[in-house]
Design a protein. Sequence first.
Length: 530
Amino acid sequence: MTSSTPKSPLAAIVLAAGKGTRMRSSRAKVLHELLGRPLVCYPVELARALGADPVVAVLGHQHEAVEATLLARFGAGAVGVVEQTEQRGTGHAVLLAMPALARMADGMVLILYGDVPLLRRETLEELVGTARRYGCLALVTATPPDATGYGRILRDERGHVISVVEQKDASPEERAINEINAGIYCGPADFFREATLGLGTGNAQGEYYLTDVVARAARSIGVSAIEAAFEDVCGINDRQQLAAAEATLRGRINRALQAHVTFRDPASAVVEPDVEVGVDAELGRNVSLRGRTKIGHGARIDDGCVLTNTEVGAGAHLKPYTIATDSVIGPGAIIGPFAHMRPGTRLGPDVHLGNFVETKKTVIGRGSKANHLSYLGDTTIGEKVNVGAGTITCNYDGYKKYSTVIEDGAFIGSDTQLIAPVRVGKRAVIGAGTTVTRDVPDGSLALSRVAQVERPGYADKVAERYAGPGNGASRRPIVAAKPAVAAKPAVVARPAAAAAPVARAAKPAKRLPAKASSKAKARKPSPRAR
Ligand code: UD1
Ligand code: CA
């Protein structure tokens, strides 16, 4: 690999036409996700990382959906697609892909499987390097605890690989071999072109076996085996293997991050492969970082947070169970617990969002706060704004969405409704309980509260209406009786005895006479009571 001669071009073929019957799924196997990324994207990603160009995928089952997935992830033209309408074997799949590599006559071809996602880059670098150096066919082998189902590697007495025999074609002695063919190869393009043309179907499965090229290479250009850990090369055939692979990859990612990130519990944190986490960040239990999430240095992500495609600034603190999707959280922000940032949320530095605050398409400037129970949608908030508890932007009239603007330094009182479209000017003050229906000029107070009235004696009047004159008293004490009942239930049951023992108790003494006398009907309810 360290040679100074220019590297020959590299092309990659990703075999992904199979149905994946054992997944028992209506979705093609290679579209199932492993840590948030469709299986087929793993080998393509690796091939591109090694500089392969072109990368050609052989697709069959649900080829349109698979192609759309590749397009969405890698962009137009990045991955060539060849359709294999009938799965006639791995050799047939490679044969079909060869014309797509026509423009590279003298290069190397890397063959990968769409359902083998855990291959390591280093293994492939060694594979490609070996094939380049010797101009041979290089293949990956492994030694699993149980080799059943795999092609076995046959070596001669000197240990040179001479061929691969499939399980179904193998003799009992060959089945006893535990070195398996991983199905990953690299060799000269010319060799694959010729060798795949010469394949036949004279085998137990009546398929074109790609493995037959190994014996041909052993007789011509030579074969070199790269041994890998079985865990790295095992394919995904069913949902148990998918779950096991996810656990393996999760462990790998978390272990690598532990070089500079503190995990409270690396076994429960889920960090997807495209996530970036800065130095000294701290991740709590059951944290889930998905998609293209980026965590700034020194940020603290507490237990149970779920962040998807979200950028968290340096030193920000996300308290437990904060949820964010397609959002940006500024440095030093303090968020949660239980805050919900929906797509299009952009929080400036040092913003505070507290419990049960939901944002959507909302920009909040430096140092602004919304600490309790709010919905802020389609809203632009300036700097140093205080959004009181229970503030709601009413952004939707059942047909369209409208925006709210709150300028720097404004104070929004608790339980305010902002009926969008509406603007609250700089340093304006909204009184608690206000429904803001018109723009509020800079520095003004807006108040839409209904004036408060008091009606003395109201409670007694209502009680008498329902229970009749004099009987009203029997309803009144229900309120007063509660604390006494809680404190001394036995005493309440016998009103005559109530006054003495409870009067000695220091705390309930004040309330008790009212209760005791009313129970005893000693005097009429006082009209002073409200
Ligand atoms: C193949 C190898 C076997 C090896 C094993 C490793 C052959 C003949 N056998 O076995 O030696 O131990 O892989 O997993 O190559 N595919 C197509 N078109 C086809 C057939 C397969 O695209 O016509 C794709 C599948 O979608 C899959 C890959 O090729 O991604 C491997 O196919 P699979 O059927 O799993 O190979 P095996 O026969 O199990
Ligand atoms: Ca397989």
